[in-house]
Each structure stands twice: as C-alpha cells, then as structure tokens.
Design a protein around this ligand. Structure first.
Ligand code: 13P
Length: 280
C-alpha cells in the first residue's frame, strides 16, 4: 500500500526499527526492492534523486513506483531524496510522491529554514511531510568532511521548521567508503534528545559496518538511505547475465538476473535495519 513519509516513520518509531530507503532508478530496481519488501513483510521507502525529477527518467519511473506501492501488501512510501529547489518538490508531488526531502544543508542556516518551510507548506497542502537536513552530508570524494551536526542547532532547526525527520552528519558520507567510517553514535543520542525525540535519518548507508548501523538505530535512527549498493547490485547482476552463455536476448527475461540481485541486496538491508516482519 502507498503510505506517506509520516506514516512509515511513525510505524518505525513506535516499533523501534529503521525503515530502509532505497534509491531507485528504473523499473527493474523498483521491482527488486518491492519483491524483497513483500517477501520479508517489511515497510520500505522507494526514493529518487532530484536529477530524475528534473530530467525525463523520473517522468517514467514515478508511475512505476506508485504502481508498485499500490500493488504491495506492505507499506511503501514514494519519497523525493535531496530535493533542493521548489521545482523538484512541486513536480515530485504532482508525480505522486508521498514524502519529500528538502536538503538545504549547504545553505546558511536561515536560508535552509526558509526553503524547508516553503517545502513543508507545499507538501503539507497535500498531506505530505518533509525530511530536512542539518550538517551537510557530502560524498566520500570530498577533501574533508563538514562539521558534524550540532545538537542545539538541530533542535533550533526542528523548532522553526517542524520537519518530520532529520538527516544528520555523524561521520557518514555518500558513496562507497574508502575506509570504514566511524559513526559518532553518542551524537545521535544527543541530537535525538535535544530535538525532543525526533526520528533521525542516516544517509550514506552503503558500506557502513553492520554493528554501527545497529548502534545508530538503537540511538534513534529511523530511516537509512541506501543508494550506491543498489547501483552496484544492479550492475553486478547485469554483468552476470551478460556472462551467461544461455542468456536470453529478450530484455524482460534478461533483466530477471539484475532484478534478483537488487532483491538480494534489499533483503540484506531489510534484515539489518530490523524492518523484516514489521509491515503490520
Ligand atoms: P549511498 O549511496 O552511500 O548508499 O547513500 C545514499 C543516500 O544517502 C541517498 O541520499
């Protein structure tokens, strides 16, 4: 069933698990994640980068996400990831998104607040809540990491915006880490406390050691994003299909292997985040 960001986050917070949020790019990645969610009886988020919403691919993949969510027995949210401008927010909502992230984390604080509040007004008009970000989560290729999220600044941001959940920088980054990260788990607890128990979001979920993911969840992370691992699973599945001498050239049959590879990856993350069996 298609559910909103606030519904799926509330379910996770009530039961004390974390919803895995998978970045999807095409019908096959959607199919792989949806099949895993059904098999594991898990709530999941299917999210798209704003690039897809700005460009043509989102026009095609959005209805696929909505169809997969509506057909599923488990709760699925369709989320805009890292929305940075009103055009992306409005277009994602028109294309059926039931969750919005507004990422103004690279902007001065007051501009981040103002832009996030505008997204909240637009999304709120159609009953959709917003994820914000304080402390800019960069990529593994950045020269140096930004300042980790300050709990008091996070609390002030939440008070002024009323976001539904908050992405934080605690030693995480987007992409495959060159060496294993060392997450500041105490900071997760401190931010959670300072914000009055707000559900927190961990970006850069590909390659964080399992025990650190579990510790972050125990401290208050309720949504974890996984993007790079989805791409790698899909690419590896495609390479394996190409190497198979008995492969079919019919594209739907050829795609079975990449879909299965994405499904296996999604099952792994669903189990890691404690979402398995939490659909009801
Ligand atoms: P990874 O690509 O590192 O898994 O990060 C995904 C993400 O945080 C998307 O917002």
């Amino acid at each position: 069933m298609l559910v909103t960001l606030q519904e799926i986050i509330a379910l996770a917070d009530e039961k004390g698990f974390c919803v895995p949020a998978f970045n999807v790019y095409n019908m096959e990645t959607v199919m792989g994640v949806a099949a895993a969610a059904e098999e594991a009886d898990a709530p999941v988020i299917l999210q798209v980068y704003p690039r897809l919403i700005r460009e043509e691919s989102g026009y095609y993949v959005s209805p696929v996400i909505v169809a997969a969510a509506r057909a599923a027995r488990v709760p699925i949210c369709f989320h805009l990831d890292h929305g940075a401008a009103e055009l992306e927010v409005h277009r994602a909502l028109r294309w059926g998104a039931t969750g919005i992230m507004l990422d103004g984390s690279a902007l001065p604080f007051d501009e981040n607040v103002a832009l996030t509040k505008r997204a909240i007004a637009a999304a709120g008009a159609v009953g959709v809540a917003v994820e914000g970000e304080i402390g800019h989560v960069g990529t593994v290729n950045d020269e140096k990491m930004g300042e980790l999220t300050d709990p008091q600044e996070a609390a002030e941001f939440v008070r002024r915006t009323q976001v539904c959940c908050l992405a934080v920088l605690i030693g995480n980054a987007h992409g495959h880490y060159r060496k294993p990260p060392k997450l500041d788990i105490d900071r997760v607890g401190a931010i959670r406390e300072a914000t009055g128990g707000l559900p927190l979001v961990l970006h850069g979920g590909s390659g964080i050691p399992d025990e650190q993911v579990r510790a972050a969840i125990a401290a208050g992370v309720r949504k974890m994003n996984v993007g790079t691992d989805v791409c790698c699973a899909f690419a590896d599945g495609t390479a394996a299909a190409l190497a198979d001498p008995n492969r079919s050239v019919a594209v739907d049959l050829f795609m079975r292997q990449p879909i299965e590879a994405v499904k296996r990856l999604a099952l792994e993350k669903i189990r890691l985040t404690g979402a398995a069996g939490m659909a009801r």
